[in-house]
Design a protein around this ligand. Structure first.
Ligand code: NAD
Length: 342
């Protein structure tokens, strides 16, 4: 039985704790939050026999725990993850992995030194729809891909930490879209040019909107337009995507609508495209967000493998975020290329 301590019992924690239901090989031994009432409410709902408290460091010093779920706010990811790794626990953390690249590197080194798994919930790359889109790309239907474009326009009123933090869109949301772009591109970016700003209608302290242009190592270009302060006409949480290949294009609304147009005979002024609108098939369990990532993490602990979203890989998505922020501040294109071991 794998003993798990869950830290951070706020809005997102239900997605984690619901996903644990029916997992026979784990035991939730502690629910911890700076707000005792949140920890107690989660304990009462999900694991009545577990400990509920506010002091993670004290708990982890005195109790045997195999793995820690870090579902705290971004600025607490580093201290909670480091304390867990230093006590010999495996860690699955909410995105973003860390609040800076150097924090992320320290976490990765500590995980390596202690031979522990450190992995990140990038649940959007585990959805059936994006897996389907990637399969379409890999099948060669549209030929070699040269361009990805993603539009993300939303106006959520979260309240809380997002409205106070620096770069909320890029750090707290675009991390998903950038990770999805790496997943679809099958590689890592080389450069970024970004403009981040806070439009007049924004209810965030900083960075409600950003546009970023990435060039990948394989030459592919990724164009991202994002906003967390748009009133009206929202896109999907996954963003709306256009994927341009040598022979055709894929239009994906980010949810369940896909359109594939392929030009088979390129003759005439506007060659006719063959249009298909495939149905995205139902998801096997391993392709369904938090539950699939948590299951993979547990299986990896048991058989000593690295999960798909282990920190050593995820740092490339995080580098896209921080280099985009830096590019905007400096007003110039920057290298993103990042070697986690250096
Ligand atoms: N993967 C996704 O799709 C997704 C969606 C939403 C949020 N998130 C991420 O989940 C994380 C939590 O977001 P949320 O919306 O639940 O925030 P929230 O503010 O609702 O909850 C965070 C909780 O963490 C607690 N906390 C903060 N520091 C702590 C510490 N040092 N020790 C113990 N508890 C601590 C707070 O008291 C709060 O209850 C963030 O990193 C966010 O980016 C991910």
């Amino acid at each position: 039985m794998l003993k798990i301590a869950h830290v951070g019992c706020g809005g997102m924690s239900a997605a984690w704790l619901d996903a644990l239901k029916g997992q026979a090989d784990i035991e939730l031994v502690a629910l911890i939050d700076l707000r005792l009432e949140s920890a107690q409410a989660a304990r009462d709902r999900y694991a009545p026999a577990a400990f509920a408290g506010t002091d993670f460091d004290a708990f982890i010093k005195e109790n045997a725990v195999d793995a820690v779920f870090n579902c705290t706010i971004p600025e607490a990811h580093f201290p909670v993850t480091m304390a867990a790794l230093q006590r010999g626990c495996h860690v699955l953390t909410e995105k973003p992995l860390a609040n800076t690249l150097s924090e992320a590197q320290q976490m990765i080194q500590t995980a390596q030194q202690n031979e522990r798994i450190l992995s990140v919930i990038q649940n959007r790359r585990y959805q059936r729809s994006i897996r389907f889109i990637r399969n379409c790309i890999e099948s060669g239907k549209i030929g070699e891909v040269s361009e990805l474009a993603a539009d993300y326009y939303m106006g959520p009123r979260f309240g809380g930490f997002r409205e106070e933090m620096d770069s909320p869109l890029l750090l707290d949301m675009a991390i998903h879209h950038f990770d999805m772009a790496r997943f679809l591109a099958g590689g890592n970016p080389r450069t970024v040019f970004c403009h981040e700003w806070n439009p007049p209608q924004s209810w965030y302290r900083t960075g409600g909107s950003a546009h970023a242009l990435f060039q990948f190592e394989n030459g592919l270009v990724f164009n991202y337009r994002g906003s967390w302060c748009t009133n009206g006409a929202p896109t999907s949480w996954n963003a709306a995507w256009r994927i341009v290949g040598r022979k055709g294009s894929i239009i994906w609304d980010g949810d369940d609508r896909v359109r594939i147009e392929v030009v088979e005979k390129a003759s005439g002024f506007m060659p006719k495209a063959r249009i298909r609108k495939p149905k995205i098939p139902a998801a096997p369990n391993h392709e369904s967000g938090h539950a699939s990532l948590i299951r993979e993490f547990i299986d990896c602990i048991r058989c000593g493998r690295q999960p798909e979203t282990y920190a050593g890989d995820n740092i490339h998505s995080l580098a896209m975020v921080f280099k985009a922020i830096e590019s905007s501040r400096k007003g110039r294109m920057l290298k993103v290329h990042f070697r986690p071991d250096k």
